[in-house]
Design a protein around this ligand. Sequence first.
Ligand code: CP
Ligand code: NVA
Length: 332
Amino acid sequence: MDLKGKNFLKMLDFSAEEINYLIDLSLQLKAEKKQGKSQKDYMSGKNIALIFEKTSTRTRCSFEVAAYDMGANVTYLDPSGSQIGKKESIADTARVLGRMYDGIEYRGFEQDKVEALAKYAGVPVWNGLTNESHPTQMIADMMTIKEHFGKLLGIKFVYMGDARYNMGNSLMVTCAKLGMDFVACTSEKYFPESWLVEKCQDIAKQSGGSVTLTDDVAAGCKDADVIYTDVWVSMGEPDAVWEERIKELSPYQVNAKAFSYAKPGAKFMHCLPAFHDLNTTIGVQIHEKFGIDCMEVTDEIFESERSIVFDEAENRMHSIKAVMYATLGDVR
Ligand code: CP
Ligand code: NVA
């Protein structure tokens, strides 16, 4: 498998073989780190730019730790720390950074921007999240499922909540490619766009998986292996949408009732950050305004044995390491 020089922009660009290769490479790199094996020569002396036009905990830290572990150096540009889009176009920025860096991570708004960056940079560009997709999260999520279930093929994966945004889209594409049974279980308004659903249904026909949309929680969660959710309001969306999201998505909260339909060993996953208690500023504001003490997932489920969210978060680092190593490193 040769991914050297490739960009990592969205899951539709990758075959099932390539995705499985990245998942297995992530598992190998994780095992090496646990054994204390040095990975310093994998990307020794490479320079990486990390551009964040939205905030981050996991993605930024994962890129930084992964780069340091593999001997690379990083420059972090925060949402206010660069000229991008304000004084300088994406195309010009790409051509400047491409002269200085060996690889560029970009988190921002429209997918078009990361695609343009990749077009002009001349070095690998990795999408650290856009409104439309979150591909590095996919490798971590699938790696986590493989660790817990020993397989991906045939896993019934249920996504509840806003399935139209980056996480719903990317998970639907990834599950379809890997022969999994993907269900978007939410109100019709929050189903992914129909062109993408149709594309994924075609992909699933080839892989042996399936893609289903339902607004019925009992039917959607029936015999689920994994129930997944994400925040109801994503970064960059206006605060004004909270009220309608709470009203429309509350029936699709991940809670004990939803899990009562699932398989006995079913797991809970979430890309994080999550609103499951009142220990966040926004959680408290929402509580004061709407009287609820959790949103997309109950604290009971989040803190339960079923929850594998912190394995998933750790795996962001190992899988981002795999993405950088495969596209830029000296893979042996
Ligand atoms: N899951 C995820 O991308 O987290 P951050 O926003 O903290 O990077
Ligand atoms: N849908 C969320 C994902 C965060 C990792 C957002 O875009 O804010």
